[in-house]
Design a protein around this ligand. Structure first.
Ligand SMILES: [Zn+2]
Length: 345
């Protein structure tokens, strides 16, 4: 990353999807879809937008046409223009009300034409025609079109096309700025707090992890950071889980996150450090009965088999500040991200 706040590769992990089994049955469609999603998860957009896009591409939003095919409704016509059945391709792209919004934008929004009938075709077309920023704007606008359609049905409100377009762009820009600033902040923090951090042996790496709990929001966050013996950041990760509120479970999830980060980077010699004594003790214990330790320590130990040399040890909080920051990012802001600053040879 070397001081450039936006240079690190930005990646979102795969999440499971309700349609995954259908994809699996579709053979080659699956690999096409997974390539598409690998691209999409890398985008610096809000989680809500990623989820919207996922459902839009899988045609799993409750359009009137979809509700009719499930026998929930009998009239499929577009609630806005009433000229066509309300399929997603119509609502988000062909409906005159949608065209009014897209015509506010640049050539790739105004001039592109697609045959349909799936919205996925628009998404794929936009990926090939737009640059990265335009595609991010495309997602923001499409989601706002869907939200506007819902507002219209539920409360009769209908945002003016120009206003909708500007709002979508503002939100996109704000998120981009925040994300870029956060990444820069974390890296400079990593570098400045290296004083308290002790380096591993040359050719070894060090992975620190930490975790936190937000009882009010009902979520735990874990953070892990991987550095080389010179203290240079190689990768970092923030992960949120909902529903587990036990701090020791959160810490065990953090340890697992650190091990997974090492595996992803192909690291073979690593010192793992955290400030949760009980988790470290359980993972280090040689007891033959794995089941007595619970599922997470068992998962950690079995993941560690992929790494040829490792040790796990306790550090004081002061030496674990960077991992703590990535855990706070997950807890406070529900951020799920991986940053790669260096790539293995
Ligand atoms: Zn319409």
């Amino acid at each position: 990353m070397e001081g450039d706040g936006q240079g690190g590769v930005f990646r979102k992990e795969c999440v499971s999807s309700p349609k995954r089994t259908r994809d699996a049955a579709e053979g080659s469609a699956q690999s096409k879809t997974s390539t598409l999603w690998r691209h999409l998860w890398q985008l610096p957009i809000q989680n809500a937008e990623k989820h919207f896009l996922w459902h839009a591409c899988h045609d799993s939003l409750p359009t009137r046409a979809n509700l009719c095919s499930r026998k929930v409704l009998t009239d499929p016509s577009c609630p806005i223009c009433a000229r066509e059945p309300e399929m997603l391709f119509h609502t988000l792209w062909m409906c005159p009300a949608a065209r009014d919004v897209w015509s506010e934008g640049g050539a790739c929004f105004q001039k592109s034409s697609f045959a349909g009938p799936e919205f996925l075709q628009v998404v794929e077309g936009m990926i090939s025609r737009c640059d990265r920023l335009e595609f991010i704007q495309f997602v923001g606008i499409a989601r706002r079109l869907w939200l506007r359609r819902n507002d219209f049905i539920h409360s009769g409100l209908f945002t003016h096309p120009m206003v909708l377009f500007k709002q979508a762009l503002q939100v996109t820009e704000l998120f981009q700025t925040l994300t870029a600033r956060r990444q820069t902040d974390w890296v400079s923090m990593a570098e400045s707090s290296n004083t308290a951090w002790t380096a591993p042996l040359p050719s070894w790496f060090k992975a620190n992890w930490d975790a936190g709990v937000d009882i009010k929001q009902g979520r735990v966050g874990s953070g892990a950071v991987l550095r080389d013996h010179q203290g240079k950041m190689w990768a970092a990760r923030s992960q949120t889980r909902h529903g587990f509120l036990d701090p020791s479970v959160a810490e065990a999830l953090g340890a697992l996150l650190a091990v997974q980060l090492c595996m992803e980077m192909g690291i073979q010699q690593v010192q793992l450090e955290g400030d949760a004594k009980n988790v470290i003790m359980v993972v280090n214990s040689e007891a033959s009965d794995e089941s007595s330790k619970g599922q997470l320590p068992t998962d950690i130990r079995s993941s560690l088999r992929a790494i040829s040399a490792w040790e796990m040890r306790y550090v004081r909080r002061g030496e674990n500040k960077v991992a703590h920051a990535f855990a706070r990012l997950a807890v406070n802001e529900d951020v799920q991200m991986v940053w790669f600053y260096n790539t293995p040879e």
